[in-house]
Structures are given as structure tokens and as C-alpha cells.
Design a protein around this ligand. Structure first.
Ligand code: ANZ
Ligand code: ZN
Length: 874
């Protein structure tokens, strides 16, 4: 049941209305003071919730990727949060229960480096930055659900990262293994394969990565390879390019493992091949550096050992003193070690068929291996094969030949138990050990008797020690803290030491979107009911640079969380993100010298006529281009400074208008002025309308609400109704958010024309301005709220989304409901299916009939029952 919500019962934004009232009485055509309007509304919203609370509405989980708290929101952050904020405001207006949380991906190297360099604690550095960045989101007027806020460096959060690690450990999905690892010599830590780029450089420091042997913790993501690959097909709202990258990363190949007996030995060598039919043309076997046989032989053969040790010889092959037997042709095959064979792919052994494969061909040439240039495959036909070939055209010829041959060879070898069909993956287990301080401690202890023992759940979190200063770089800082390390073994109670590695921060960010839904739960990472009713994330927005790692790890975690009963997402195949939006980059104007493309500071440049020159050398021409913003290119913008200059509304509108969400945004301050002119035009329309209304007699004012059936009024009416439907479509499509503004600009011009030519009913003009202001409110919150207030509304501009009378598009959504006042049905209204009673009542009060019957009354009671709205008034 509803409380009394008469028009006069609602809250009016006092500060703003007062300021504005003064302003508009003084000079109604003055330009709007965007900064003052923004300040008034932002401070009003500090204590007043701008939206209609709707706990019964359908949920919409809108999430932008949480940032690393570097202390400064950069323009990329501003773009992504603006998009998610706009979408969440839109869906709130539509009556959804929106979840739009924010938190901090707060562990990681910069805090630790700051701690080493400046001697401050990583923790206070991080929390200071969080404070600063939170303030910056306030300037941008981003409405986050701060009551859900989390920081991954908070023990209340990382306790659950540790809990999840332990669950993986118990299921055999977390294990320790000796591994040759990627060692970043600058950051002094291990990197996952995924963190090394195609040039062998660290994704963070850019240093050439070295190889080292260490005992490390791994998560067995490979157990989920098939699910992670197959379920990509169920994500139609993910960009194809991202799905393609993930597919390649998982890299499933189906092929065969074939065993080659060694001559004069019991052992066999197993190779992985996708073309088993080429076995009849094989002329050698090549092995990787760490292949068992290579390691074995190197113990007997000092020159091979030397060959493997000597970095300068490593790219040359080495023939081993043994031979393998081709199980099909019976030929003896030389065996080589060669660096072109990868350790971590297939079996680390390749059968070389030089006439079929370019790399095998090059290898054979390098090593003087003799091979026949005639392929045996060409002359190999069965009788059925010959027959088949006569019935097919030549384009399929090779394929069929190949397939038949493959079948024959495979079944021959299978019979002898020398071949089996296997799937091979590029995706390896995830190495999560980091020799760093500022991360989630891995909750394990090492005991001489019992080995690696998990910390009991009741003792979680294993807290990081308070450390004011971190001195050493190179070893894990935790291993220098004897008191912290010393502990007792949970199993035998003997002396033991704590694990000193911390987790890769990608672990923390693999499940944070669950925690937002139940951020204060002290029993579990997330409650089953919260997770199952509020997951998955409906719209996830972030940078395309996270296409592989973060998204793959998150998908792995959410599938694992289903497996241990933390959520039931079977309906979505336990996929965490239904729609993925990868926002485009922001590029800035960059000055470079014409001669050698040296990046210049704008201070070094002067404009002469239409051209640019170096100040220090006026003969040297300077060229302008747009490039990805970065400090080194002197082409960045400080978002806070621009917001302070223009106001958050204009910057938000500019960002959205200048490019489609996924496109590159070329930052051009001159274009910001265009946005400002457009909003000023709306402002003038509102004031002209009010001025005209003021001049109207009471009698005229009564009639103005009923739309006169003349041509011009009907035209404007149809334009704004069309605008509503177009706008909804753009908001829902997301990719074309920029079109909301171009459509709104068109409608603004139509309204301005209508005011100028005086042929349109003033009620229609008012209605169209109201629609305009409401539809842009998700993008331009403060200015729209101010206009809404000026147009005479006490309610929030966000109280409901306008309904298009353009019936065709809204047929499904609209219902007709009779409204009964003090026992008598007075009128019927057409309205969308709303769930919230408050919202329904607001809707009734906004209609012309509602105004007529209820404007001077106080609603004492209201019922929404069996498709009838019943009101009791004074
Ligand atoms: C014989 C052959 C003949 C092959 C031919 C290919 C073409 P994709 O398809 O990319 O997955 N291979 C197997 N293990 C390897 C390793 N550890 N390092 C480097 N190469 C390896 O590659 C599968 C093919 O890559 C396999 O099939 C094998 O060479 C090679 F005309 O076997 B093939
Ligand atoms: Zn023990």
C-alpha cells in the first residue's frame, strides 16, 4: 500500500529552485551558468536520492571495470564511467532496479614502488588515492552505489580471495610446481605467459623477459578450457573481435598423438600432429629443449649439455645419437633437438615432413637431411578412392584424398595402439605467484614434515603485515619478515613458515562483480540468493585491452563459483557478463616535427597563418595529428580541469556526442563549444516558453493543455513522439548513444522554430520541451533537472521515462487502467507496465486528466488493485 504522496507531499529541490528563480527573474535570456547549476544540483543530490526507489523492478546490473587507484582519473576513466552512468540513469527512469557499483582494484605494483621510492606505506598511499578518485567521480556527477563499494586490498575483501583459492586447492585446482618462468628483471617478479607480449617484453615494465626456474603456484584453468571455448558461442552480445581473441588464446586444436618406437630401445617417442597422413613422408623427429629424451641425453653427452647451456648456440639444432622407427614405412629417422619445437605445446616433439611444412623444410635444409621431393601421398590410392575421385570435381580432390588417407593411416596405427586422437590447447595453467608485497597473501604454510598445508578457513584472512617501508627489491618482501613468516603447521603443529608469494592481482579482479552484490557478507564471498538473483552483469563496459586476461579469468572464476555452489547461473551457462561493451580510446592533438616526427610540447610550437612552426627554429614545420593520449606525447587532457572550466554536463554531452561508444574519440576543445551552444538554445526555448505562458490569461492557460488539432501542432507532436522511441532505441542499443544527442539537437531546432513562427499550440511546445529535457536527462543530469524545474515540475526529472504516443512501437508495453477517485471511475489512462506503486501514482499525476482531477487535492490513500487505480483524496 502506498503512503500519501500528494503533489505537495513531494520534496522540492529548494536550493536550486531558489537560485534559479532569482536568475530567471533578473534576466530571462541570459546564458545559463552551467557551473552554478551543476554545483547546486550536485550538492542537492548529496542528501536527496535523484531516482525513484524501485526494489520490485526487474534488475539491471550495469558495471564499468573498476580502476586501479592511481590517484588520478584519466580521460579513459571519464569516458567509461560516463557511459555506464548514463545507462544506469536511463534504466532507472524506465523503472528497473539498477545496480551500478564501484570499487578499487587496489593491489599492485605502483603502490609498492611508491612505498619503496618514497618510504611511505603502500596502504596509506592507496587509500589516499581512493579518496582523491572518489572526489573526482563526484565532480563528473557519476552516480555510483557507494554502499556497495569494495577495495581488493581490504582484508574484508581479500579474505574471500583467499577462501576461493583454498576451495580451488581442495578441488585440486590450485597446485605448486617447478616451472621455468618469465622473470621481469625490472619489476623483479614473475609474469604469466599472458603478460608477455609478442616481442618477449613485460606488459608492465616493457623489459625483455628472462627465464628462471622457480617453484610457483598455479590455478588449473586448463580444466575449464572446453567450457571456456564452447560457451563463447552463447555470448551474442560480445564483440566478435573479443571472442576471436579468446578463441585463439585458448587455441584448441584437434590432432593425434603418434608413437614412434626408438631403434634398439624399449622406449617410444610421442609426437603431436594435425596431419597424421604426412607420416609416410616424415624424414626426421625434432624435440624441444626440455624434452625428457633431450635432458636424458644431455646427462650422457657433455657437448649437448654445453649446447643447451650456451645461449648463443640455442637457436641451432643438435642431432642426438639415437634413431626412431617410422611405424608406417619402417624407415629409420634421425632425432634432433631444435629450438623451433616449443616446450609447452603438444608433447614437445614433432615429426618433420619437409615437403609438407615450411618450417620442417627449412629445418631439413639447415641440418642437411636428405628427403625425397616426391610425395608418397600423391601415389597413394585405394580402389574405392580412385572411384570416389572420378565422381568429384577437382576443388574437393585434395581434401578427399587427404581425408581418406588420414582415416586409413590412423586406423592402422590405432589398431597397433600407436595413435590416439587428442585435443591440444594453447591455454596453459595460470601462474599466480608473485614475489611482491602488495597483494593477497597465498594462504598456505610450508612444513618440513607435511609439505604445503592450507591455512584453515577459520584463520582467514592471512593478513598482510603493516609495513611502513619496503626496502628491498628482488626477493619477495614478505620473506624478509621473519616474525610474520614464522608459524605453526595446522596439521602437525610443528614449526612452519608462511608462503611469502602473493597472488597476481588478476585473481582479485576475477570475482569482484560477485562481491558488489553482497559486499558486507561475513560468511561467504557472496550469498547464493544474491548471486543467483542479481547475476549476471547485464552490461559490462571497459577497455579492449582486457579482452583476454581479465575476461577469461573472470569467466573461469564464475564457472568455478557455480561449481562450488556460490551461485546458480545455469540459465546463462554460468557466464558472468551478458553484454560486453569495449569503449574506444581517446586521442589528443599531437605536435610532431615534420622532419623526424619528434614529439613536441605544445609550448614549443607557434602558429603562423594557418601553419605551425617550431619557436626555436621558425623554418622547421610542425605537423598535427591525433594520437593516443599519454604524458610522453604532451597530448593529454586533465578531465577535472575541463570539468571545472565547462561544467560536468557539457563534458558528458561532448564525450557522448563526439563518437560512437566504441569509436575513437578525438578530443577537440573547440567542439565542446558546439555542445554548449546547443544547451544554451534549449535554455532559451524554456525561457521563451515561460515568458509566453506568463503573458497568457488564465482562460487561455486552461485550454493550452488540450492540444489543438492543427497541422503544425500535430507535426511537432509527432516529432517528439518519434524522438522518444528513437531515443529509447539508442540508449538500449548502447553503441549509438551519440545519436541521442544528434536527434535531440534536431528536436531542439524544431522547438525553436515553433516558438519563432508562433503557429504551434503552446501546450504542444511545452510537452515537447518536457520530452526533450527528460530524454537527455541521463546524459545531462544537472541542466535537465534545472529545466524540468523551470517547466514547473516539483518531481525529479528521473521519476519516469516518457511514453511515446507513437502506438506502433509501444503496443506491447502499454496498458489501459481505469482511475477511480473517491469511489467513482473518473478517467482511464494509457501507461507502461510499471511495477512500483509510487511510480504509477507519479505517472497518473503527470497526465492531463490526473492534473485536472487531482491538482488541488491531497491523495490520502491509494491502491493499485486488479488493474484499477483507486485513490482517496481530501
Ligand atoms: C606433421 C605436419 C605436417 C604438421 C604438415 C603440420 C603440417 P597447429 O595446427 O598450429 O596446432 N607441432 C606439434 N608440436 C609442436 C611443438 N611443440 N612446437 C612446434 N610445432 C609443433 O600446429 C600443429 C602442428 O605443429 C603439428 O602438426 C606439428 O607439425 C607442429 F604438413 O605434424 B605437424
Ligand atoms: Zn606439519
Amino acid at each position: 500500500m502506498l503512503k500519501s504522496v500528494g503533489t505537495n507531499g513531494r520534496k522540492v529541490p529548494k536550493i536550486a529552485s531558489l537560485c534559479n528563480f532569482l536568475k530567471f527573474n533578473k534576466n530571462i535570456h541570459s546564458n545559463p551558468d552551467f557551473l552554478a547549476i551543476a554545483e547546486n544540483w550536485k550538492s542537492y543530490w548529496k542528501s536527496h536520492y535523484p531516482f525513484v526507489k524501485n526494489d520490485k523492478g526487474k534488475k539491471k546490473y550495469i558495471l564499468s571495470m573498476f580502476p586501479y587507484p592511481s590517484g588520478l582519473l584519466h580521460i579513459g576513466h571519464v569516458r567509461v564511467y560516463t557511459i555506464s552512468d548514463i545507462l544506469s540513469r536511463y534504466y532507472r527512469m524506465k523503472g528497473y532496479k539498477v545496480i551500478h557499483p564501484m570499487g578499487w582494484d587496489a593491489f599492485g605494483l605502483p603502490a609498492e614502488n611508491a612505498a619503496i621510492e618514497n618510504g611511505i606505506s603502500a596502504s596509506s598511499w592507496t587509500y589516499e588515492n581512493i579518496k582523491k578518485m572518489k572526489e573526482q567521480t563526484y565532480h563528473m556527477n557519476i552516480y555510483f552505489d557507494w554502499d556497495r563499494e569494495i577495495s581488493t586490498c581490504n582484508p574484508d575483501y581479500y579474505k574471500w580471495s583467499q577462501y576461493l583459492f583454498l576451495q580451488m586447492f581442495h578441488k585440486g585446482l590450485a597446485y605448486q610446481a617447478e616451472a621455468t618462468v618469465n622473470w621481469d628483471p625490472v619489476d623483479c617478479t614473475v609474469l604469466a605467459n599472458e603478460q608477455v607480449d609478442s616481442h618477449g617484453r613485460s606488459w608492465r615494465s616493457g623489459a625483455i623477459v628472462e627465464k628462471k626456474n622457480l617453484r610457483q603456484w598455479f590455478l588449473k584453468i586448463s580444466d575449464y578450457s572446453d567450457q571456456l571455448l564452447d560457451d563463447l558461442e552463447t555470448l551474442p552480445k560480445w564483440p566478435d573481435k573479443v571472442k576471436k581473441m579468446q578463441r585463439n588464446w585458448i587455441g584448441r586444436t584437434t590432432g593425434f598423438e603418434i608413437s614412434f618406437p626408438l631403434l634398439n630401445d624399449e622406449e617410444t617417442l610421442t609426437v603431436f600432429t594435425t596431419k597424421p597422413e604426412t607420416i609416410i613422408d616424415v624424414s626426421f623427429i625434432a624435440l624441444s629443449k626440455n624434452h625428457k629424451l633431450v635432458l636424458l641425453e644431455s646427462q650422457k653427452d657433455p657437448s649437448l649439455a654445453e649446447h643447451l647451456r650456451n645461449e648463443s648456440l640455442l637457436d641451432k639444432g643438435y642431432q642426438l645419437p639415437c634413431f626412431a622407427k617410422n611405424p608406417v614405412t619402417g624407415k629409420a629417422l634421425p632425432i634432433f633437438y631444435d629450438p623451433y619445437v616449443l616446450d609447452c605445446y603438444g608433447t614437445g616433439a614433432v615429426m618433420g615432413a619437409p615437403i609438407h611444412d615450411r618450417r620442417d623444410f627449412e629445418f631439413a635444409k639447415r641440418n642437411n637431411i636428405i628427403f625425397s621431393k616426391e610425395s608418397c601421398i600423391g601415389s597413394y590410392f585405394t580402389n574405392e578412392g580412385k572411384e570416389l575421385l572420378n565422381h568429384h570435381d577437382s576443388s574437393n580432390l585434395m581434401d578427399i584424398k587427404q581425408k581418406m588417407l588420414q582415416q586409413k593411416i590412423v586406423s592402422y596405427l590405432e589398431e597397433k595402439k600407436l595413435a590416439k586422437r587428442v585435443k591440444n590447447y594453447r591455454l596453459k595453467d595460470w601462474l599466480i605467484s608473485r614475489q611482491r608485497f602488495w597483494g593477497t597473501p597465498i594462504p598456505m604454510v610450508h612444513c618440513e614434515t607435511c609439505g604445503a598445508v592450507p591455512v584453515p578457513e577459520s584463520e582467514l584472512p592471512v593478513k598482510l603485515p603493516d609495513l611502513d617501508k619496503i626496502y628491498e627489491k628482488g626477493t619477495s618482501p614478505l620473506s624478509n619478515l621473519e616474525t610474520w613468516m614464522k608459524t605453526t603447521c595446522p596439521k602437525c603443529h610443528g614449526p612452519a613458515t608462511r608462503e611469502t608469494d602473493t597472488m597476481d592481482t588478476f585473481v582479485d579482479s576475477s570475482w569482484y562483480y560477485f562481491r558488489f552484490l553482497d559486499s558486507k557478507n561475513s560468511e561467504l564471498p557472496v550469498g547464493l540468493a544474491s548471486a543467483s538473483s542479481l547475476m549476471p552483469v547485464d552490461i559490462y563496459i571497459g577497455g579492449v585491452e582486457h579482452s583476454i586476461l581479465h575476461l577469461l579469468y573472470s569467466r573461469f572464476f564464475s564457472k568455478f563459483m557455480k561449481d562450488i555452489g556460490l551461485w546458480n547461473g545455469d540459465k546463462y551457462l554460468n557466464e558472468p557478463f551478458t553484454q560486453l561493451i569495449t569503449q574506444g580510446m581517446v586521442h589528443g592533438l599531437t605536435y610532431t616535427t615534420m622532419s623526424d616526427e619528434r614529439i613536441l610540447n605544445p609550448k614549443e610550437v607557434q602558429k603562423i597563418g594557418d601553419e605551425y612552426f617550431l619557436i626555436s627554429n621558425p623554418k622547421e614545420k610542425v605537423q598535427l595529428s591525433y594520437q593516443k593520449m599519454s604524458k610522453s606525447k604532451h597530448n593529454g587532457v586533465d578531465p577535472i580541469r575541463t570539468i571545472q572550466k565547462y561544467g560536468s554536463d557539457i563534458i558528458r554531452a561532448y564525450i557522448i556526442f563526439s563518437a560512437p561508444v566504441e569509436g575513437v574519440l578525438l578530443w577537440n576543445e573547440n567542439a565542446i563549444m558546439g555542445t554548449k551552444r546547443w544547451l544554451t538554445k534549449i535554455w532559451n526555448c524554456v525561457h521563451q516558453l515561460l515568458e509566453r505562458e506568463k503573458k497568457m490569461s488564465d482562460a487561455m492557460r486552461q485550454t493550452k493543455l488540450t492540444i489543438v488539432d492543427d497541422h503544425n501542432s500535430r507535426k511537432l507532436e509527432s516529432q517528439y513522439n518519434e524522438f522518444i522511441s528513437q531515443c529509447s532505441a539508442h540508449y538500449e542499443n548502447v553503441f549509438s548513444l551519440n545519436l541521442v544527442i544528434s536527434d535531440a539537437m534536431k528536436l531542439t531546432n524544431n522547438i525553436a522554430d515553433a516558438l519563432k513562427n508562433n503557429k504551434v499550440n503552446i501546450g504542444t511546445i511545452k510537452a515537447s520541451l518536457e520530452v526533450l529535457v527528460k530524454c537527455i536527462a541521463p546524459i545531462i543530469p544537472c541542466f535537465s533537472s534545472e529545466c524540468w524545474l523551470l517547466l514547473g515540475h516539483n518531481s525529479s526529472v528521473y521519476s519516469n521515462w516518457p511514453i511515446s504516443k507513437n502506438k506502433k512501437e509501444n503496443m506491447e508495453e502499454l496498458v489501459t487502467i481505469p482511475v477511480q477517485i473517491n469511489g467513482k471511475v473518473r478517467f482511464k489512462i494509457e501507461m507502461p507496465k510499471l511495477n512500483d506503486e509510487n511510480e504509477i501514482l507519479n505517472f497518473v499525476l503527470e497526465t492531463n486528466d490526473g492534473k485536472r482531477w487531482l491538482s488541488n487535492k491531497k491523495v490520502l490513500k491509494s491502491f493499485v488493485k486488479q488493474k484499477i487505480i483507486s485513490l482517496v483524496t481530501d
